[in-house]
Design a protein around this ligand. Structure first.
Ligand code: FA5
Length: 368
C-alpha cells in the first residue's frame, strides 16, 4: 500500500483502485462490447494483447491487488457503513471482472477465428500427385538375371568395389607387368587400393569364404580408365558367374550360358562360343547370342552380323584354384562375365549407354 493510500479512507481506496484499473484498461476498451474493434489486427498482435490483458487481470484482481487489499479494511469502517462498503467493494470488483472478461472473450474469439482461417484446407484445390520413383533399368535387368540364376541354384554374392591389387589382378593370374593389366587399367587410391575393374574379383573372395563346391553369381559396379563413348563408360555394371565342382566341363558352361540366354531372350535364342583369351580362364571363350531382333538375318542392332557379343567365359585357370587352396586335380569349374549396361542398351534399343547415368528422370521413368 502506498503512503498516499494510507491517508485515504477505505472508500477512497476502493475508488482509487477502480480508477487505476480504468486507466490501465483504457487501451483494451476498444475490444469490448459495441466498441469491439479488432479489424486490421494480426494474429501475433492479438496474442500479445491477450498476454498483456492476463497480466493486467493479475495486477488488478490478484491476491496482492489494491482491490483485494481493500477487503481487509472492513474493520476500519464504522459499523453502520460496513454493508454499503462491502457492496462497493463487490460492485467495483464485478465491474473490473466484467470489463476484463469482455475484452478477453473478444480477443479469444478473434484469435480462434484467425487460427482456423490460416490452418484451414481448401478441399476444392486440385491435389498434388506424389511422384513415385522408378527402378533404374540396370536394376531391372540385374533383378531379372538374378531371378534366372537363383532358379538354377546359384547364390548371389556381393563384392567390394575397392580392392587390393591382389584380388583385382594377382589372384586372377595377372601378375605384375602382365599386359592384361593395361587393358583393364583402373583408378587407384593414394594408398594403392584399386577400384575393381571386373567382378571376377568376387570369384576369389567367394571361394576363400565358402570353399568349393560353389555356384554363385556376383552382380556389381566396376571401373576402368575408359574414355566415355556410346559403348564405354568409366563406371559400368557386370555380372560374374562361377561354378566349381568335381567333373565340371566346358559342356556345363555352354549349357548354363545357353539356358540363361534362352530364358532371357526367348527359347529360339542360339548361343555361339568363340575362342578367346582371359588370364584367369583356360581355355577361354567369348559368347554371342543370335540377334533377338532379326533372328540372325542381320539388322541395325547386330550390325548386320546376326550375332550380338555379350561377354567372356572359360574354364577356371588351375592357378586361380591353387591361389584359393583348391586342388585343380580334384576340382574344375567355369566362369563367365558380361556387361549389364550394354545388355540394357541392346534390350531397350538405346544408342548410347551414357544415357543411363545422365539422371534424366524423363528418360529413366520410361522403364518399369
Ligand atoms: C571381363 O571383364 C572378364 N572379367 C569377363 C570374364 C569373366 C571372362 C569370367 C572370363 C571369365 P571384358 O573386359 O571383356 O571381360 O568385359 C566384359 C564385359 O564388360 C564386356 O563384354 C562389356 O559388355 C563390358 N564392358 C567392358 N568395358 C566396358 C565399358 N567401358 N563400358 C561399359 N561396358 C563395358
Amino acid at each position: 500500500m502506498t503512503d498516499s493510500a494510507k491517508d485515504q479512507n477505505p472508500t477512497q481506496q476502493v475508488e482509487a483502485a477502480s480508477k487505476a484499473f480504468e486507466q490501465e484498461f483504457e487501451r483494451f476498451v476498444r475490444f469490448t462490447g459495441d466498441a469491439n474493434d479488432l479489424a486490421g489486427m494480426t494474429l501475433e498482435q492479438a496474442v500479445a494483447e491477450e498476454r498483456e490483458l492476463t497480466e493486467l487481470r493479475t495486477r488488478h484482481l490478484g491476491k496482492k491487488s489494491a482491490l483485494a487489499s481493500t477487503k481487509k479494511l472492513i474493520g476500519r469502517v464504522p459499523a453502520e457503513e460496513r454493508a454499503s462498503f462491502g457492496q462497493l467493494v463487490q460492485t467495483s470488483e464485478a465491474a473490473v471482472i466484467s470489463s476484463v472478461e469482455a475484452a478477453a472473450q473478444a480477443l479469444k474469439q478473434f484469435i480462434e477465428a484467425q487460427r482456423t482461417a490460416s490452418e484451414s484446407i481448401d478441399v476444392t484445390l486440385p491435389g498434388r500427385r506424389p511422384r513415385t520413383g522408378h527402378r533404374h533399368p540396370i536394376t531391372l535387368l540385374r533383378e531379372r538375371i538374378e531371378d534366372i540364376f537363383v532358379s538354377l541354384g546359384y547364390a548371389i554374392e556381393d563384392g567390394r568395389e575397392i580392392e587390393t591389387d591382389f584380388y583385382n589382378f594377382t589372384a586372377l593370374n595377372i601378375p605384375d607387368n602382365h599386359p592384361a593389366r593395361g587393358t583393364q587399367d583402373t583408378f587407384y587410391t593414394t594408398d594403392g587400393f584399386a577400384l575393381r575393374s571386373q567382378t571376377s574379383t568376387v570369384q576369389i573372395h567367394a571361394m576363400q569364404r565358402r570353399g568349393v563346391p560353389i555356384r554363385m553369381i556376383a552382380p556389381g559396379r566396376v571401373f576402368r580408365r575408359d574414355t566415355p563413348d556410346p559403348t564405354h563408360n568409366p563406371m559400368f555394371f557386370q555380372v560374374e558367374g562361377l561354378c566349381v565342382d568335381r567333373g565340371i566341363t566346358m559342356a556345363h558352361l555352354k549349357g548354363t550360358v545357353g539356358e540363361f540366354l534362352r530364358r532371357m531372350f526367348g527359347p529360339d535364342t542360339v548361343t555361339r562360343f568363340r575362342p578367346s583369351y582371359f588370364p584367369f580362364t583356360e581355355p577361354s571363350a567369348e559368347f554371342d547370342l543370335s540377334c533377338f531382333k532379326c533372328k540372325g538375318a542381320g539388322c541395325r542392332i547386330c550390325k548386320n552380323s546376326g550375332w550380338i557379343e555379350l561377354g567372356g567365359s572359360g574354364m577356371v585357370h588351375p592357378n586361380v584354384l591353387r591361389t584359393v587352396g583348391v586342388d585343380p586335380q580334384e576340382y574344375s569349374g567355369f566362369a563367365f562375365g558380361l556387361g549389364i549396361d550394354r545388355m540394357v542398351a541392346l534390350m531397350y534399343n538405346l544408342d548410347d549407354i551414357r544415357l543411363l547415368f545422365e539422371n534424366d528422370v524423363r528418360f529413366l521413368e520410361q522403364f518399369e
